[in-house]
Design a protein around this ligand. Structure first.
Ligand code: CDP
Ligand code: CDP
Length: 227
């Protein structure tokens, strides 16, 4: 059985990528790599420093001098920024609303993609993001593109916020998701787009388990074929 495959999961904001990617990785004993967390960590640092988000050169310079580590624990993954755990901070509204501006820069994407390719070198990874199947691991054996309606995605985030006790406004979430998707899809360098050989799954009316099982079935079919 080929147990050294790479699984790329892409799609717009809140489509369920990280939730199902973690389940799939756990079931296969693969490593899960959250590439969005890397862009979020950089954005967090840039916001803290006296750097203009739109200044490609300055932002690239920050990244060049920044260490971003994904530490895999039993329960969850920790994001270390220059050795400090920023897993919670990078999920805040400030970072969410600015990350797509930072992620547009060509120099930032080039360096991030290099780092992500290093992490995926050994295969046995489930990597989620926007450009994994198209740029980071274009030869991934399994490519999935998850979508869901904006309404459904905003409702999911709203529910998540409410459970966590965070303030949340459904209309504002819809607007923010639309805005981020637009920037991510229209940027010049490796925009959010479905790879031609990716399998699209519309998760609007699917449960987390149904989506994870669908992806696992694709993996088992491939492994079976290569036996
Ligand atoms: O989880 P959520 O969908 O809110 O976003 P994320 O996966 O944490 O990614 C945050 C942002 O990082 C995205 O909106 C993109 O701007 C950027 N990103 C990217 O450009 N390329 C990736 N491979 C992953 C994320
Ligand atoms: O990583 P991404 O931004 O694509 O989405 P996520 O953070 O994995 O999922 C956003 C929210 O939707 C989470 O609260 C998930 O539990 C929920 N979800 C869902 O309700 N149904 C699915 N099929 C997938 C995710």
């Amino acid at each position: 059985m080929n147990n050294h495959i790479a699984i790329a999961i892409d799609g717009p904001a809140a489509a369920g990528k990280s939730t199902v990617a973690k389940i799939v990785a756990h079931k296969l004993s693969y490593i899960y790599i959250d590439t969005g967390a890397m862009y979020r960590a950089l954005t967090y640092k840039v916001l803290q420093e006296d750097v203009t988000l739109e200044d490609e050169c300055a932002v690239g310079h920050v990244l060049h001098n920044t260490s971003i580590e994904l530490v895999h624990g039993d329960q969850d993954q920790k994001i270390l920024l220059d050795g400090r755990d920023v897993s919670m901070e990078i999920r805040g509204e400030q970072v969410t609303n600015h990350v797509s501006i930072v992620a547009k820069h060509r120099n930032v994407r080039e360096e991030m993609v290099n780092r992500q390719r290093q992490l995926a070198k050994q295969r046995r990874v489930v990597m989620d993001g926007r450009d994994i199947g198209t740029h980071v691991i274009p030869d991934a054996e399994v490519k999935i593109f998850l979508i869901a309606s904006v309404q459904e995605r905003a409702e999911r985030r709203h529910k998540e916020n409410t459970v966590k006790g965070f303030p949340s406004n459904l209309e504002k979430l819809k607007e923010d998701i639309r805005k981020r998707d637009k920037i991510d899809s229209e940027r010049e360098v490796s925009p959010l787009v479905k790879a031609t050989d990716a399998i699209e799954i519309d998760t609007t009316s699917l449960s987390i388990e149904e989506v994870a099982n669908e992806i696992l079935q694709v993996v088992y079919d491939i492994q079976g074929k290569e036996e």
